[in-house]
Design a protein around this ligand. Structure first.
Ligand SMILES: C[S@@+](CC[C@H](N)C(=O)[O-])C[C@H]1O[C@@H](n2cnc3c(N)ncnc32)[C@H](O)[C@@H]1O
Length: 463
């Protein structure tokens, strides 16, 4: 067998540029979305992205890999100034033509990997499909540079095709990729981007350390609705002070993790969790929610700290109650497996988001003034020492709450008091150690799944 040759960085860069050069003669939305049916998706996709952005009124923004400027126009309508840039001359020409009525836009033809901006010179870095066209080395450098370019409290938006092209794994007829031609695109796991964004640090000239807060990770709704694809993932991050004792990881360290360590860990978790049909909490959740009548939305929170297997089966819940489910994960690797499951099941009622903290998921929905009809969670009390009542902000009055908590000692009075003080009503605490231990035992026999042995309580209440 002939040895596989690893392309040099220059060859790789050239291959990305050649890939896009092929589309330079058609500077239109189909080329931007690499989809022959782009006109059926474009407006909704653009709306999804724009409606998820922070307010940039009076701010300085940069749109990198902007293409013909699908987003530049709206960014420039609010921002003080927008620099819009792409490495394809014809795209920037079209971008200029489309936005010539806007006086606050500067245009630049150039490769994002060579983009030079002053540190702390912008409030908003906007990207939509760029890191998938960068090598791992360039991706690490790019994320590091985004952090330095931003002013404190500035935001960056990033969106990538994770694990598969936007048109799906099968060579769909809508895809504009030439199946016979080489495709250098990197369809990285969503978890890799989350890990990278969370790991990067920089120290400024004053010795202050900075990092990104990843506010959220969500799928782009239009791709779920129209393409049954949950793996169009986007992130909103904010530049915030890091702990002054934080160690700034070296470039080599981050590169090693992005190209190897995190990939390996993800594959391990995929092998454990992919194909998981039943969950140990299935029966208990179903019986606890049986009183729920015609809910339109259930909020599910599953941090899975004590075990990857301790969570809630959102697909079963959606089936059973014919309702929409918003399931918040807080471990990037499990989040990616949930997106895989969603892509397999193709039940559009089930959505997954990732937040590092529960409070971020509350902020996310509070901003949208959304209300859910029920809250189902595992490890909610153990993970949220001082933030139990905030869930009420996104629940309808009297919405039922079902919590499954692993505990060291069953203290029903203490739990009741804690929830009572937080303003919950009709609180019932039940020892379900026997049921859940039996369920864990069954799963051990059937699937070789081991969940640490614990005492368990089921808590039911209303908001
Ligand atoms: C999938 S299109 C998305 C365009 C635009 N962001 C949008 O969503 O409509 C990707 C764009 O990134 C540009 N691009 C890819 N790699 C780039 C790089 N290294 N530097 C500058 N532009 C790049 C391509 O030319 C193309 O216009």
């Amino acid at each position: 067998m002939a040895p596989t040759t690893v392309p040099t960085p220059v060859e790789l860069r050239t291959s990305f540029k050649s890939f896009w050069d092929k589309y330079s003669d058609r500077p239109d939305i189909s080329a931007m979305m690499l989809n022959n049916n782009a006109e059926q998706l474009e407006e909704a996709d653009r709306h999804d992205i724009l409606s998820s952005l922070p307010c940039i009124k009076g701010k300085d923004a940069v749109d990198i890999g902007a293409g013909i400027g699908r987003f530049t126009t709206v960014l420039a309508e609010t921002a003080r100034h927008v620099l819009t840039t792409d490495f394809i001359d014809e795209f920037i020409k079209k971008n200029k033509e489309r936005n010539c009525h806007l006086a606050n836009v500067d245009y630049a033809v150039g490769d994002a990997v060579n983009l030079q901006l002053k540190d702390g010179s912008v409030d908003f870095v906007f990207t939509n499909w760029i890191m998938m066209y960068l090598s791992d080395t360039e991706t690490v450098q790019f994320v590091q540079k985004c952090l330095s370019w931003l002013r404190p409290n500035g935001h960056a938006h990033l969106r990538e095709s994770c694990s598969e092209p936007s048109t799906g794994r099968k060579a769909a007829s809508v895809s504009m990729h030439d199946a016979a031609a080489a495709n250098p695109t990197s369809y990285r796991f969503s978890s890799l981007y989350i890990n990278l964004l969370r790991s990067v640090r920089m120290r400024d000239e004053n010795g202050d350390c900075w990092k990104f807060n990843v506010d959220w990770s969500c799928s782009v709704p239009t791709y779920i609705k129209r393409m049954s694809n949950w793996r169009q993932v986007h992130w909103l991050v904010k530049k915030v002070p890091a702990d002054k004792n934080d160690v700034v990881p070296s470039f080599d360290e981050l590169l090693e993790k992005l190209s190897k360590t995190w990939n390996d860990v993800q594959k391990e978790w995929d092998s454990v969790l992919d194909g998981e049909e039943e969950v140990i909490t299935d029966e208990i959740v179903a019986s606890s929610l049986s009183i729920l009548s015609e809910p339109t939305g259930i909020f599910v929170y599953t941090p899975r700290r004590i075990s990857a297997h301790l969570h809630v089966n959102s697909h079963t819940l959606a089936e059973r109650f014919s309702t929409n489910i918003w399931n918040v994960e807080s471990e990037p690797y499990y989040y990616r497996t949930s997106l895989t499951k969603a892509n397999t099941k193709k039940d559009q009622r089930v959505r997954f988001a990732w937040h590092s903290k529960f409070s971020q998921s509350i902020d996310y929905w509070t901003e949208k003034a959304a209300k859910f009809d029920a809250f189902v969670a595992t490890e909610f009390l153990s993970e949220n020492d001082d933030d139990v009542e905030s869930i009420k902000r996104i629940l309808n009055p009297s919405a039922p709450i079902v919590l499954i908590e692993p505990v060291d000692k069953i203290d029903a009075d203490a739990i009741t008091k804690r929830l009572d003080v937080a303003g919950f009503k009709s609180i019932r605490v039940k020892d379900v150690t026997d049921e859940l231990t039996q369920s864990c035992e069954d799963f051990k026999q059937k699937y070789n799944i081991v969940v640490p042995s614990k005492k368990w309580v089921l808590i039911q209440a209303t908001a």
